[in-house]
Write a protein that binds this ligand. Structure first.
Ligand SMILES: NC(=O)C1=CN([C@@H]2O[C@H](COP(=O)(O)OP(=O)(O)OC[C@H]3O[C@@H](n4cnc5c(N)ncnc54)[C@H](OP(=O)(O)O)[C@@H]3O)[C@@H](O)[C@H]2O)C=CC1
Ligand SMILES: N[C@@H](CCC(=O)N[C@@H](CSSC[C@H](NC(=O)CC[C@H](N)C(=O)O)C(=O)NCC(=O)O)C(=O)NCC(=O)O)C(=O)O
Length: 580
């Protein structure tokens, strides 16, 4: 099915004498490996002369089309429908499409009709983040945080005549109305950028042609930005389980839920359902949650979530789900069976959505997980085909997909080959309490730099003094001993994603611990701890010289010293924090 916004059949020729004039007078740039003309200059000239949108569009297409051809297999004599055809209108696709259009390219995006659950036939403009991920998840996090706030409020003198209750159907209806509003906004963002939106399922049929439900569109460049889908391991009874798409749109709130997995999604949904007063059990196959995160953060968040009533089942792998006659579900693991669940949710990762796109036939290389292999500029093994976002399984975060999409538009249509920069990407887990982090974990820093100073604060926040709740906050700076640069910053506690976003600028800029120390704190905040950590909790030294310089015990390797000292300093640190 092709929507009323189906792509217009446009011709692609050099159109304006003004553009030609300027183009002729400008030196050819050979710096762009992908293009032959200095599009940035010609584009800006074109914008100066745009008087109406339709004129702009006609005007833009000529030179972009003519210059994007050289090494992507496009035929310079051929007229293509679009300079860029994007399959998938999620974060990466929308960003690349609208930025490309702003640079003067003629662009189309195809996307499936709106659905809260992703499938072969349902998707929606906005993609995972807006419709089935970050946004609805955060709305549910907001909803679920109230119960903790009600608990806190008693110590501040609040009294309620009756226990506050959450009405799940109101919450879900309001959330869905917001998703409808946002998908509408995203359609308008595309429309206002001059991007043609085509509703339907795109499939690549040759390196320059996309088939959308039987209608063919030619393009100089094709972008795949179709994201990923939740992955559920194939165990007996898995058909009774739900994934995160379904968990965001349940007809009723779970009474007792098992969440399998210990990653971002598992912890965020554990917090959501626990806050909304469901009984929550999290099953992780390892000893700890959040593989890859800083070890102390892993321990701290699990401890705090347990204090709030979530039960963690560690080193338990799911083996089968059994539906019982009373309608409840039992989860069988390697350690036994837990009964009585109303819902069992898998949060066991997501897989790139690369099936039925025609990729194998086209020779687009996929890795062993089914992700599209791309070079540093997001180009696939087929020169005219590009890919950004979760479908490439690089760093699966919306802001990273946005960065990749923006970089791609610059690379192809702005004469500015741009590699996404993956250094010091901050991220958050919206668990309760939430985590914010940027840069290296302590373990990664020790591996990379050897000699590292660790500063930590583990304290009872001011709010907890009156609320009386056992909430604590943990904060950590990882400092390279040689350069004094802060190479890692971690926090678990209220507002940590908001706080860490600001500090991420400092870490990305390579600021030193001395710069942090020279910054005046904002009092009283939790954030001020990051600029008032005066004494290292421990100094980790891997080289004997540095060890001696720091007047430690004489040993040929400092690792033993490290472990002894770190254990001692952990004890001292905890005692100090406790006394504070
Ligand atoms: N706030 C944010 O920025 C958010 C980001 N995301 C992104 O979405 C992606 C998907 O998130 P998520 O689903 O949490 O994936 P993650 O990869 O973060 O976590 C998956 C979890 O499932 C476990 N697991 C995997 N397979 C099995 C299995 N067969 N049996 C039992 N356990 C299993 C993993 O264990 P093990 O560690 O042993 O492999 C791990 O604990 C992530 O890449 C993340 O970047 C998602 C939500 C929020
Ligand atoms: N920081 C805000 C975030 C809210 C927000 O960004 N809302 C988005 C929707 S969801 S977020 C969806 C995501 N947008 C973003 O990530 C915003 C990116 C940042 N502002 C930037 O420009 O880089 C995305 O897919 N972007 C594609 C693109 O920008 O090309 C929006 O468009 N709101 C409009 C409105 O409500 O009226 C908050 O928490 O309140």
């Amino acid at each position: 099915m092709v929507s009323s916004l189906a792509a217009p059949k446009l011709t692609t020729t050099f159109s304006s004498s003004t553009t030609l004039l300027f183009s002729k007078n400008l030196p050819l740039s050979l710096s762009n490996p992908f293009l032959s003309l200095p599009l940035n200059l010609t584009s800006s000239v074109t914008h100066l002369h745009c008087r109406s949108l339709s004129f702009c569009h006609r005007h833009r297409r000529g030179f972009v089309a003519a210059s994007a051809e050289p090494d992507n297999g496009a035929d310079s004599a051929r007229k293509y429908d679009f300079d860029l055809f994007t399959i998938g209108a999620g974060s990466g696709g929308v960003r690349a499409a609208r930025f490309a259009a702003n640079f003067g390219a003629s662009v189309a995006v195809c996307e499936l009709p709106f659905s809260t659950i992703s499938s072969e036939t349902g998707g929606g403009v906005g993609g995972t983040c807006v419709l089935r991920g970050c946004v609805p998840k955060k709305l549910l996090v907001y909803a679920s945080k109230y119960s903790h706030e009600f608990d806190e409020s008693h110590g501040f003198g609040w009294k309620y005549d009756s226990e506050p209750k959450n009405d799940w159907s109101t919450l879900i209806a309001n959330k869905n109305a917001e998703l409808q509003r946002l998908t509408g906004i995203y359609k308008n963002i595309l429309k206002n950028a001059g991007v043609s939106l085509i509703e339907g399922r795109g499939k690549i049929v040759d390196p320059h042609t996309v088939d959308v439900d039987g209608k063919l569109y030619s393009a100089r460049n094709i972008l795949i930005s179709v994201g990923g889908r939740p992955f559920i391991p194939d165990i007996p009874g898995s058909e009774y389980a739900i994934d995160s798409d379904a968990a965001l749109d349940l007809p009723s709130k779970p009474e007792k839920i098992a969440i399998i997995g210990g990653g971002y999604i598992a912890l965020e949904f554990a917090g959501i359902f626990s806050g909304l007063t469901s009984e929550v059990h999290v099953f992780i196959r390892q000893k700890k949650v959040l593989r890859g995160f800083d070890e102390e953060i892993r321990d701290f968040v699990a401890e705090q979530m347990s204090v709030r009533g979530i039960e963690f089942h560690t080193e338990e792998s799911p083996q089968a789900i059994i539906k019982v006659a009373d309608g409840s579900l039992s989860l069988k693991t390697n350690r036994g069976t837990v009964d009585g669940f109303s819902h069992i949710m898998f949060a066991t990762g997501r897989r790139p959505n690369t099936k039925n796109l025609g990729l194998e036939a086209m020779g687009v290389k996929l890795n062993k997980n089914g992700a599209i292999e791309v070079d540093e500029y997001s180009r696939t093994s087929v020169p005219s085909i590009w890919a950004v976002g979760d479908v490439t399984d690089r760093v699966n975060l919306t802001p990273v997909a946005l960065m990749e999409g923006g970089a791609l538009a610059k690379t192809i249509f702005h004469n500015e080959p741009t590699k996404p920069d993956y250094r010091a990407i901050p991220s958050a887990v919206f668990s309760q309490p939430p985590i914010g982090q940027v840069g290296l974990s302590e373990e990664q820093a020790v591996e990379q730099y050897g000699d590292v100073d660790i500063f930590t604060a583990n304290f009872r926040p001011l709010k907890a003094t009156l609320s009386g709740l056992p909430d604590r906050v943990f904060m950590k700076l990882v400092v390279c001993a040689k350069t004094n640069k802060v190479v890692g910053l971690h926090m678990c506690g209220e507002d940590s994603p908001e706080i860490v976003q600001g500090f991420a600028v400092a870490v990305k800029a390579g600021l030193t611990k001395a710069d942090f120390d020279a910054t005046v704190g904002i009092h009283p905040t939790a954030a001020e701890e990051f600029v008032t950590m005066r004494t290292p909790t421990r100094k980790i030294r891997s080289s004997p010289e540095v060890c001696q310089a720091h007047n430690l015990f004489f040993l040929s390797s400092c690792n033993n010293v490290y472990s002894l000292r770190s254990q001692l300093s952990n004890v001292v640190g905890s005692l100090t924090s406790f006394l504070n």
